[in-house]
Design a protein around this ligand. Structure first.
Ligand SMILES: [Fe+2]
Length: 207
């Protein structure tokens, strides 16, 4: 049974960066639907007990085409939004500290260059999708973007997403309309770098 991560704050706590109605619809409708649809498909496919990371990085184990597609889309939607909501905080923003900060500097030159690159990838993703900061077991970082609800786990290259920027219109359209770049810029005000740092540590402890 896959369950949605709990939100630590009320829907209106993310204002003015993300409005309350967007948060509520995103979490209680979109994310809830991905979660329900994943559970339904995973039970039918006999993979309801697999850890979600393992399931998404070995989708070819699901032999039925329709179920594999349902698990890819809804399992991605479930996992991606658990990551997204867990890294958002009204007390977020600023920069990471410690090992993650050092790794960002090493890989991207500076925090600002990292932010610009991830923003550009997210803004220029055609149609619905995500921008990603990912890490592997060696502590290397990678930036990428994907369409739909795909994510770097599905590449099978050993990179685990540690921060995701949701650029589906459902994440921003009520407030930002067509101005995706404005939403992406403001999203960084909500990023809880403590959680992203913990995700970075976890990615390195993966066997
Ligand atoms: Fe979303």
């Amino acid at each position: 049974m896959f369950t949605q991560v709990k939100l630590n704050y009320n829907y209106n706590a993310y204002e003015p960066y993300v409005d309350a109605l967007t948060m509520e619809t995103h979490y209680s409708k979109h994310h809830a639907a991905y979660t329900k649809n994943l559970n339904d498909a995973a039970v039918k496919a006999g993979v309801g007990d697999m850890p979600i990371e393992d399931l998404l990085s070995s989708l070819d184990k699901v032999k039925d085409d329709a179920l594999r597609k349902a698990i890819r889309n809804n399992g991605g939607g479930f996992y991606n939004h658990n990551l997204y909501f867990s890294t958002m905080s009204p007390n977020g923003g600023g920069e990471p500290v410690g090992k993650l900060f050092e790794a960002i500097k090493k890989h991207f030159g500076s925090f600002e260059e990292f932010k610009d690159s991830l923003s550009q990838l997210s803004i220029s993703q055609f149609g619905s999708g995500w921008g990603w900061l990912s890490a592997n077991a060696a502590g290397e970082l990678s930036l990428s973007s994907t369409a739909n609800q795909d994510n770097p786990l599905m590449d099978g290259k050993g990179f685990v997403p540690i921060l995701g920027v949701d650029v589906w219109e459902h994440a921003y359209y009520l407030k930002y309309k067509n101005l995706r770049a404005d939403y992406v810029k403001t999203f960084f005000n909500l990023v809880d770098w403590n959680v992203v740092s913990a995700n970075y540590e976890k990615a390195q402890n993966k066997k």
